[in-house]
Design a protein around this ligand. Structure first.
Ligand SMILES: Nc1ncnc2c1ncn2[C@@H]1O[C@H](COP(=O)(O)OP(=O)(O)OP(=O)(O)O)[C@@H](O)[C@H]1O
Ligand SMILES: [Mg+2]
Length: 317
């Protein structure tokens, strides 16, 4: 009888074990899993992030090969897939975590493949007895998927022994060990704070198998991200606007609160506002081209151009 007969996991019927001299069609298994689709979407929809993409490809390959090995009866030790994503704001950590959940689901590693995002406030209570139920509730919601803990280091307050964060960490550690076939935990945050967190919590360090670094985007990548995002919103940049936007990015990168791809998205939102205002301020008819083309004027209104070196730029990140 298969495990599914007991209702433990809704897995497909386990196939007969293969003889040692049998061969398996790895390419077909790969096709059937749909992972190539996820990986190629990752490649085309996310600019740059080469090291991240490489690691995801490796994890996918490992899980697929493990599946094939299992068909020969090699009792694959369930790989540990808890991860840590470090990088500056807006480098794509949340976006990649979502795709990771989808990928792990397709590879049969996760039952549901959804993502539950949590921060300290969702996990840690303010009074005695509040933390455990809070943490357990979040974990329960995440079962079968990915639990994404943003700025995980805030769970731990080094100089406060009475802080309830450590209670949440203890519960997480247990679940990460005992339920690792049904829950993937991804911790995210800045690299330096995360290092401190791991030094203070060696148990956490030892349970996280994959440390993935999200680099800041280069100027060229930011421009590509802008093109991709604006196309997604049904806009395009005129040729001159492209040049102006490259200059915008060059200045914006060095200003406070720069947040990589998120700053690009916000800049586009503001450009849309100026674009709409410009069109309305003008009499006469407009066509599709004008309705969807960002011109230099829509960008030059930014504070980045008005006060290039001002320390108090009011641009939001
Ligand atoms: N490589 C990329 N290509 C295209 N769009 C991207 C890329 N990286 C991020 N984005 C977009 O930028 C925005 C911010 O990304 P995301 O929220 O994943 O960053 P984050 O690293 O989680 O940021 P934070 O640390 O602030 O939470 C999203 O709208 C996302 O779609
Ligand atoms: Mg995020």
């Amino acid at each position: 009888m298969t495990r599914s007969a007991f209702g433990v996991r809704p897995v497909e019927l386990e196939p007969e074990l293969l003889e040692p001299d049998a061969v398996v069609d790895l390419a077909a298994a790969r096709r059937d899993s749909g992972i190539d689709e996820v990986l190629s979407r990752l490649d085309t929809e996310l600019v740059g992030l080469e090291p991240v993409k490489t690691r995801i490809g490796e994890i996918a390959a490992l899980l697929l090969v493990d599946r094939m090995r299992a068909r020969f009866g090699i009792d694959a030790v369930q790989p540990t897939l808890h991860m840590c994503f470090t990088g500056n704001p807006g480098t794509g950590k949340t976006t990649v975590a979502l795709r990771m959940a989808d990928l792990l689901h397709r590879l049969g590693y996760l039952r549901r493949g959804h993502l539950v995002s949590a921060t300290r406030d969702d996990l840690v209570g303010e009074y005695v007895g509040h933390t455990a139920p809070k943490t357990k509730e979040v974990i329960k919601r995440a079962m079968g998927g990915v639990l994404f803990i943003d700025e995980a280091y805030y769970l731990y307050k080094a100089h406060n022994e009475r802080d309830y964060g450590s209670e949440a960490i203890e519960i997480l550690l247990q679940v990460m060990e005992n339920n690792r076939d049904d829950l993937v935990v991804i911790l995210a945050g800045y690299a330096d704070k995360m290092d401190q967190f791991f030094s203070a919590n060696p148990g956490m360090q030892s349970r996280v198998a994959h440390h993935i670094t999200f680099p800041d985007y280069t100027a060229g990548e930011l421009s590509q991200i802008a093109a991709l995002m604006s196309a997604g919103m049904g806009y395009r940049f005129s040729e001159q606007a492209e040049t102006v936007f490259a200059e915008y990015l060059r200045r914006r990168v060095d200003q406070p609160w720069f947040a990589n791809a998120r700053s690009v998205r916000n800049a586009l939102e503001r450009a849309r506002l100026r674009h709409a205002r410009r069109l309305l301020a003008r009499p006469g008819m407009v066509g599709l081209a004008e309705l969807s083309t960002i011109e230099p004027a829509d960008l030059l209104g930014s504070r980045v151009f008005r006060a290039p070196d001002g320390p108090d730029s009011e641009e939001t990140p």
